[in-house]
Design a protein around this ligand. Structure first.
Ligand code: ADP
Ligand code: MG
Length: 258
C-alpha cells in the first residue's frame, strides 16, 4: 500500500535494480544503431538523470527499460535488459512511465477514473482500487475531488496526474521522459518537487530525462550522458560530470545550471 511519507516501499519484494549489459538496438530500416553497447547498472533506489542531444536515443533507452522496445518498434536488439532478475514489463505495473506531453497519458474524463484505469490490467481487486487511487492522488498533491474533469487541470497538474497513475501501480522502476519540458518554470518546479518527494519516500529507482538540468541536478544521484551515436560518454556524480562536460553539454543544447 502506498502511503505518502512512508519508509522504503519494496512492493512485493521488487527492489528495482536495473542491469543493462551491452545493449545495442537498430530499428529496421535504419543503417545505424540508435543505442550502441549501453552498459548501465542502477542500484535499487538510485535516481539517475539521463541527458544527451536530441536524437541520441534517450527515449529509446527508456522504452528498453520499460520493456516495450519490441512492442513500440521493430528492430534488431543485442545485449540484455533486466529488472530485478526479469525482463522489465514481465510483471504488470513493474515500471511506471511518464511522458513529455501533459495530457498524453490522460485516458479518462475524471482524475479519479484516470488513475483507476491504469490499475485495471494489474489483476488488482476492484474493491482495493479506491484507496490506492486516493493515496496516489494525495502523494502528488492533487487534492481536488476525484470527479474533477481531467481537462480542467493545468499542464503541471496533468503531469502530476500522470505521475499518480504511475505510482498507483507501485512500480519498482519509475521512468520520466522530459516530464517538465512543456511546462512553465513554476509548474516545472512543482512537478520536480513532487517527483523528488515521492521517489525519496518510496526509495524508488528513477530515471529522468531532461534538457534543462538546473532543477534536476540536486535531485539526481547520478548523471548519465549519451552522445549522438547512442553511446554512454559520461556517467557519474552530477556535479562532477557537469564540471567536466558543461561546454560540450551546452553545445548540444542542454541547459546546464550557471
Ligand atoms: P531522444 O529521445 O534522445 O531525442 P530517441 O530515442 O527518440 O532520441 O530517438 C533516437 C533516434 O532514433 C532518432 O534519430 C530517431 O529518429 C530514431 N528512432 C527511434 N525510434 C525509431 C524507430 N522505431 N524507427 C526508426 N528510427 C527510430
Ligand atoms: Mg526523447
Amino acid at each position: 500500500m502506498l502511503t505518502p511519507g512512508d519508509g522504503p516501499a519494496v512492493a512485493g519484494g521488487h527492489p528495482g535494480r536495473v542491469e543493462v549489459h551491452d545493449l545495442t538496438w537498430r530499428p529496421y530500416g535504419r543503417r545505424e544503431p540508435v543505442l550502441r553497447g549501453i552498459d548501465l547498472v542502477v542500484p535499487a533506489g538510485q535516481r539517475v538523470l539521463l541527458v544527451g542531444p536530441s536524437g541520441s536515443g534517450k527515449s529509446t533507452l527508456l522504452r528498453a527499460l520499460a520493456g516495450v522496445l519490441e512492442v513500440a518498434d521493430s528492430g534488431e536488439r543485442s545485449g540484455s535488459v533486466d529488472l530485478d532478475g526479469a525482463e522489465p514489463g514481465a510483471r504488470a505495473g513493474a515500471v511506471g512511465l511518464v511522458l513529455q506531453e501533459p495530457g498524453a497519458g490522460v485516458v479518462s474524463a475524471t482524475i479519479g477514473r484516470d488513475v483507476a484505469f491504469g490499475l485495471e490490467n494489474t489483476g488488482m481487486p476492484r474493491a482495493a482500487m479506491p484507496a490506492r487511487v486516493a493515496v496516489a492522488l494525495a502523494a502528488v498533491h492533487l487534492t481536488m475531488p476525484q470527479d474533477t474533469p481531467t481537462h480542467a487541470l493545468s499542464g503541471g497538474e496533468q503531469q502530476r496526474l500522470a505521475l499518480a497513475g504511475a505510482l498507483a501501480l507501485e512500480p519498482s522502476l519509475l521512468l520520466l521522459d522530459e516530464p517538465t519540458a512543456m511546462l512553465d518554470p513554476d509548474n516545472a518546479a512543482s512537478v520536480r518537487d513532487v517527483v523528488a518527494d515521492v521517489t525519496a519516500s518510496r526509495h524508488l529507482t528513477t530515471v529522468v530525462v531532461e534538457h534543462r538540468l538546473g532543477p534536476w541536478v540536486d535531485f539526481a544521484d547520478r548523471l548519465v550522458v549519451l552522445d549522438d551515436g547512442g553511446r554512454v560518454v559520461a556517467d557519474g556524480d552530477p556535479r562532477q560530470v557537469l564540471a567536466e562536460r558543461s561546454e560540450s553539454l551546452a553545445a548540444q543544447g542542454i541547459w546546464v545550471p550557471g
